[in-house]
Design a protein around this ligand. Structure first.
Ligand SMILES: Cc1cc2nc3c(=O)[nH]c(=O)nc-3n(C[C@H](O)[C@H](O)[C@H](O)COP(=O)(O)O)c2cc1C
Length: 372
């Protein structure tokens, strides 16, 4: 069995250990989605901090798929120079970087998306602002092509991999979920039909980047809510993607409608028993697929991460919030200081992302302010 600091190579992408930064929106881009120097500096810090692979915050493939402000855009060639600088900085700092591709669908924010929202069906998502319009078949094809174009650009710019965002209630997850997909055509109904969009996006991306480039997916294996995607259907999709050649599946679950206790961003992860809440799903996925499996959700202790990799055979542990507070967590653990991550899972990091031009750990700032 592998150990946390074992290297792995996927199609030429060298990952120096089993710790991965899960995609994390930073709120550090220009309004049109152009990456800024602030973002590049953050990625450089993460690379120098020893993480094996980092995934960018979600990048929109078409403007109407945009959600939070300050989000990356991969919908145009206009940012080519900025992206190349970003990727080169990460590589020069010893890191590897994947870009996460997204369309937010019915979870887009109208002011940021520039108009009407679109989704598999006209279903308003809990906690979001507007009822989307059902996508036409023509629009579905356009979005599939936009994912392909985004992935093509990513490879051109030097990214090591792309990751499709099919988790947390965004468009790909909306198609998979019977809660948001009420379509009567070939994209709706049973799971074979509901997974058609995801499979077509994957195939288009694969065609655009070639067989020798890593294409990964972060997917909800279950929505953790009545009427949402259930684990058996999630496993069906994972297996189909694995059979079709996906290079890694990152297991997540929940969305805004499943509530904070069952959602993707649980709070107060203050005991080892609360950590790694997607492990039961990840173990089932691991038993069903042939590709590497990553798992996200509340990993905080070195021992919990080590057990998942060493004893349970999970290929990678991915983390988001702990790395906002400690971008050098991987190096710290590697040096032998294996005390748990200092993140207290309070979710206050979102606010400065929206209001102050970029996320940071508010709990840490409060602690520092109290000391002075
Ligand atoms: C500020 C912030 C931004 C996030 N942005 C994304 C994102 O862009 N894409 C994504 O798949 N998940 C995103 N997430 C969810 C995380 O990747 C992760 O799934 C979740 O926080 C649980 O992992 P953790 O306990 O290690 O934080 C975000 C989380 C936070 C706190």
């Amino acid at each position: 069995m592998a150990a946390i600091f074992d290297e792995i190579v996927i199609k030429g992408m060298r990952i120096r250990n089993r710790l991965v930064r899960s995609a994390t929106w930073e709120g550090m881009c220009d309004p049109d989605g152009r990456p800024t120097e602030k973002l590049i500096t953050l990625y450089s810090k993460l690379a120098l901090g020893g993480i094996g692979l980092m995934t960018t915050g979600y990048a929109f493939v078409t403007p109407e798929g945009k959600q939070l402000a300050g989000k990356l855009g991969i919908n145009t060639d206009a940012f080519k120079g900025d992206y190349k600088r970003l990727v080169n900085t990460v590589h020069d700092s010893g890191g590897a970087i994947a870009i996460q591709l997204v369309h937010a669908g019915g979870q887009a924010i109208p002011d940021n998306a520039g108009g009407e929202l679109v989704a598999p069906s006209a279903v308003m998502v809990a906690h979001y602002q507007a009822k989307p319009k059902e996508l036409s078949l023509k629009q579905i094809l356009e979005i599939i092509n936009a994912f392909g174009e985004g992935a093509y650009r990513a490879r051109e710019y030097g990214f090591d991999a792309v990751q499709l965002h099919a988790a947390h209630g965004y468009l790909l997850n909306q198609f998979l979920s019977p809660h948001t997909n009420l379509r009567k055509d070939e994209y709706g109904g049973d799971i074979e039909n509901r997974s058609r969009f995801v499979m077509e996006v994957y195939k288009k991306v694969r065609t655009k980047v070639g067989d020798d480039f890593p294409v990964m997916i972060k997917m909800n294996c279950a929505d953790n809510m009545d009427g949402g995607l259930q684990i058996d259907d999630g496993l069906y999709v994972a297996k189909r993607l694995s059979d079709a050649g996906i290079d890694a599946i990152e297991v997540s679950s929940g969305n805004s409608a499943s509530g904070i206790k069952n959602g993707p961003l649980r709070m107060r992860v203050n005991r080892p028993e609360k950590e790694g809440w997607n492990m039961p799903y990840a173990l089932k996925v691991k038993a069903s697929v042939n590709c590497p499996v990553m798992v996200v959700g509340g990993f905080r202790s070195y021992e919990v991460c080590e057990k998942a990799v060493k004893d349970d055979g999970i290929d990678y542990i991915t983390m988001s919030r702990p790395l906002i507070r400690e971008p050098d967590l991987a190096s710290r653990w590697k040096r032998g200081d294996t005390t748990k991550a200092r993140c207290i899972s309070c979710n206050r990091c979102f606010k400065p992302g929206a209001e102050e031009g970029g996320i940071y750990c508010v709990a840490e700032k409060d602690e520092r302010d109290k000391q002075h």
